[in-house]
Design a protein around this ligand. Structure first.
Ligand code: NAD
Ligand code: DAU
Length: 376
């Protein structure tokens, strides 16, 4: 049985504890042992790395089904040196998840189907993992009496904004099957907090970027395509806006909310770096330098949310604040993909090639290069 120890971490401001008291400045207790689901994916693996680095005494178990999006390479060094325990399994499978949860004081649920385009093609697996899987974990968390259940939700649950920043009390208006399934999981968490007093906190962050992000997503796809000299497939008019948050800032935000957040509450996490996609694409081309690839406008995503924007004032009251500027974050991220070519070349091979051809092939052929006067 793992024994109770208290680890501490440094923060920039004063923070409230879960019970409402204030901690000494810059110090808060963290959990002795945690279960991280989806820890072989993009944000989950960054979070595991962050906690392993900042809380040497914290015992970390990762439960991950290793779907096409999960990648053992993201955490292989930590598994090999014994820093984390890895269990391959599905969060919908109660028996495996129960075993994984033994000894965990806190559960961080990152596991999800996450790609909007794939949810538009097929939503069943999204409902299964993002709703039923979350329900399964909540049931087990209740049974085991965990101290905290942290649900990683998303800004997409609010749907598209006309310009105002959504707060945690804004109505939920999901615009695609992915965000609808995330709403299901998010609301199930709140229902379990209300009905069974499961100590849930929910984070809703904006779009993350950084190392280890799957190449199906906008920034890694464009960065790696530019490095390969392939065209950059921009949906619609390219003026859709996302509020970019460096993954390290999100990981610190999740940690802060887990420790200092009010039980039952929701916390938006965002940096306020809203950018039209076209601007981000241009910035990537500028950073990569010489490349034969060009930005091509292609048929829009069905039901494409125009703009996401969050008001993250509540998370800031806990002492969290973003530290990575968009310019520095993008520079660091592009450099990471330049240095880790073997990582993304493996991710881009095999099944991904088929997905890419099916999803983009014809649309790219019919697309219209940026600056071309003709119609698509
Ligand atoms: P990702 O797709 O990179 O990783 C998801 C991980 O979950 C993978 O390792 C996958 O193998 C695992 N997984 C999928 N289904 C599973 C199942 N049934 N059982 C166990 N493991 C399973 O996703 P990500 O971008 O790292 O997102 C992590 C979480 O953060 C998700 O819940 C997502 O909704 C949320 N989120 C992501 C962003 C973003 O910009 N990426 C923003 C806000 C919220
Ligand atoms: O907002 C948070 C969400 O961000 C997360 O909850 C999701 O899991 C995550 O996938 C992400 O969803 P988006 O749909 O915003 O991310 P994506 O990277 O797919 O697309 C970002 C923007 O870029 C979006 O406006 C669509 C556009 N895009 C995307 C791709 C893949 C293109 O123009 N071309 C592309 O090829």
């Amino acid at each position: 049985m793992w024994t109770r120890t208290v680890t501490t971490f440094r923060m920039t401001g004063r923070a409230k504890t879960a019970s409402g008291g204030e901690t000494p400045e810059n110090e808060m207790a963290f959990f002795e042992s945690i279960l991280v689901t989806g820890g072989a994916g993009f944000i989950g693996s960054n979070f595991v790395r962050h906690i392993a680095g900042t809380h040497p005494d914290c015992r970390i178990t990762v439960l991950d089904a290793l779907t096409y999006a999960g990648n053992m390479e993201n955490i292989a060094d930590l598994v090999d040196n014994g820093r984390i325990r890895f269990i391959k399994g599905n969060i919908c499978d109660a028996e495996t998840a129960r075993d994984a949860m033994v000894g965990a004081e806190a559960v961080f649920n990152f596991a999800a189907e996450t790609h909007v385009d794939r949810s538009i093609e097929e939503a069943g697996s999204f409902i299964q993992t993002d709703v039923y899987g979350t329900y399964t974990l909540l049931t087990l968390a209740r049974e085991r009496g965990v101290r905290r259940f942290v649900q990683i939700s998303t800004d997409e649950v609010y749907g598209s904004t006309e310009g105002e920043g959504f707060t945690e009390t804004s109505p939920l208006k999901p615009g695609n099957p992915y965000s609808a399934s995330k709403c299901g999981g998010d609301l199930m968490c709140q229902a379990f907090a209300n009905t069974y007093q499961v100590p849930v906190v929910v984070t809703r962050s904006s779009n993350n970027y950084g190392p280890y992000q799957h190449v199906e997503k906008f920034i890694p796809l464009f960065v790696t395509n530019a490095m390969e000299g392939r065209d950059l497939p921009l949906y619609g008019d390219g003026m859709h806006q996302r509020d970019w948050l460096h993954v390290e800032d999100n990981c610190r935000g999740i940690e802060t909310v887990a420790v200092a957040g009010e039980v039952g509450a929701v916390y938006n996490i965002a940096a306020g770096h809203s950018q039209p996609n076209l601007r981000v694409a241009e910035l990537i081309v500028e950073h990569i330098g010489e490349t034969s690839s060009k930005i091509v406008f292609i048929e829009d995503r069905k039901g494409h949310d125009r703009m996401y924007k969050l008001d993250a004032a509540r998370a800031r009251t806990l002492g969290w604040e973003p530290r990575v500027s968009f310019e520095d974050g993008m520079k660091k991220t592009i450099e990471w993909y330049q240095k880790n070519r073997a990582w993304w070349e493996r991710v881009k091979s095999g099944a991904f090639r088929e997905y890419y051809q099916k999803h983009y092939g014809e649309r790219l052929e019919k697309g219209r290069p940026k600056g071309h006067p003709g119609k698509s």
